[in-house]
Design a protein around this ligand. Sequence first.
Ligand code: FES
Ligand code: FES
Length: 169
Amino acid sequence: MPLIKSSEKISVTFTLNGIKLSKNIYPRTLLSDFLRYSIGETGTHVGCEHGICGACTIIFNGKPIRSCLMLASQVNGHELTTVEGIVKDKNLDDLRAAFKKHHALQCGFCTSGFLITISSYLNENPEYADEKEIRKILSGNVCRCTGYVGIVDAVLEVIKKRNEHKKNA
Ligand code: FES
Ligand code: FES
């Protein structure tokens, strides 16, 4: 495999929020920086930049990952979803409404990461979840100002309502 100089751009092709893109990037560019500054998807936030806070969480091939711990060059041939990709998803209207009802955000800095983690979890169609389970699912996302009670309540409410809806369908 030929060596690539850090000063030389390489080409990557990937799918972002359902759209196929090709870009030239420096090989050492972080995926979080690439999304924000090259693509302009600034909903992916950067907090700690070392994998702790979860603000930069995106979906990579169906699973939530930290975009600050990946290089942009690793997206070649893969599928990514950012918060911009789920923001208009009608299937998540209930989650948005529950966040509003339970005051699950204040400054909103962490919210995109939480929404990505939660939407990925909801895609697994959990039959039952209690507070302990939700706190475990959310343990990779840090919120500095709201606290977690409202966020946990919002997720629990969505799961409960979706399961009731399934039962009555
Ligand atoms: S910015 Fe990536 S985990 Fe904090
Ligand atoms: S709402 Fe401010 S950090 Fe979570």
